[in-house]
Design a protein around this ligand. Structure first.
Ligand SMILES: [Zn+2]
Length: 83
């Protein structure tokens, strides 16, 4: 499959790591991340910079050692948060 962020070659890590409404992606460029179905739909409407920004936000939210998850919260812009 294609990475949802950079559209490079990526591996879909499921069902072992996936859940009912999110999937886990492994990309050589973006590293491992999870993404919810809602976020996937919204990512498709973004350009590359927007998608990368969402991944960076997810990494900022993630606890150390925990795989980042891209959720709708990572896709909100202009809401006044510093993250
Ligand atoms: Zn990628």
């Amino acid at each position: 499959m294609r990475c949802l962020i950079c559209h490079g070659e990526a591996t879909h890590i499921t069902p072992e790591r996936g859940g009912p409404d999110w999937v886990s992606i492994r990309c050589g460029a973006c590293e491992d991340y999870d993404v919810t179905e809602t976020a996937i739909r919204r990512l498709k409407a973004l350009d590359l910079d927007g998608r990368r920004d969402a991944l960076q936000k997810a990494k900022g939210f993630a606890r150390p050692g925990v795989q980042p998850m891209i959720t709708s919260a990572c896709l909100v812009t202009g809401e006044g948060t510093s993250e």
